[in-house]
Each structure stands twice: as structure tokens, then as C-alpha cells.
Design a protein. Structure first.
Length: 94
């Protein structure tokens, strides 16, 4: 059973140790805020990772398009298909 974001066992221990209900409740709120901060930073990290991959894919596709004399879209599809092929074959090797 949870109360104010902390377990009842932790709440009981806090009361027995003399911290008081307010201190235990405040600690629970600080733990929640720390977890929220970790989620926000993790989400930002995932966003930047995906943006980096998308940028690399587009730039590589444009380079392949110029190298083979095709449009940028075809170059991007060529690069993406090579990446998917390497991923599938690499997964089977592992």
C-alpha cells in the first residue's frame, strides 16, 4: 500500500525513527521529482539520438544519390535498404 508516493513500511519506519510524517512525505516528493527529472532527461536523450540518426540517414542518402546520379529520395531508400540488410544479417549472425 502506498501513501504520498512512499510505501507504508517506509512511512512507519520514519515515524518510529522520529522523523515525523512531514519529513517522510517531503522525502517521497523529492524522490518523485528526481524520477521525473530522469524521465525528462532520458526522453531528451532519445530525441537527440533519433534526430542524429535521421540526419545521418538523409545526408548519407543524398551522398549516394549524387554518387550514383539518382534523386535524393532514391539515395535515401538505397541507404536505408543497406542498413536494414546489414541489421537483419547481423542479427542472424549473433
Amino acid at each position: 500500500m502506498e501513501s504520498f508516493g512512499i510505501s507504508m513500511a517506509l512511512f512507519a519506519v520514519a515515524l518510529l525513527c522520529g522523523w515525523g510524517a512531514h519529513a517522510a512525505w517531503t522525502r517521497g516528493r523529492r524522490l518523485w521529482a528526481g524520477a521525473a527529472l530522469a524521465l525528462v532527461l532520458g526522453g531528451a536523450g532519445c530525441f537527440f539520438y533519433l534526430a542524429s540518426i535521421a540526419t545521418g540517414t538523409v545526408l548519407s542518402g543524398q551522398a549516394l544519390g549524387q554518387l550514383f546520379g539518382v534523386s535524393d529520395s532514391v539515395g535515401i531508400l538505397m541507404f536505408a535498404s543497406v542498413i536494414v540488410l546489414v541489421t537483419v544479417l547481423g542479427y542472424r549472425v549473433i
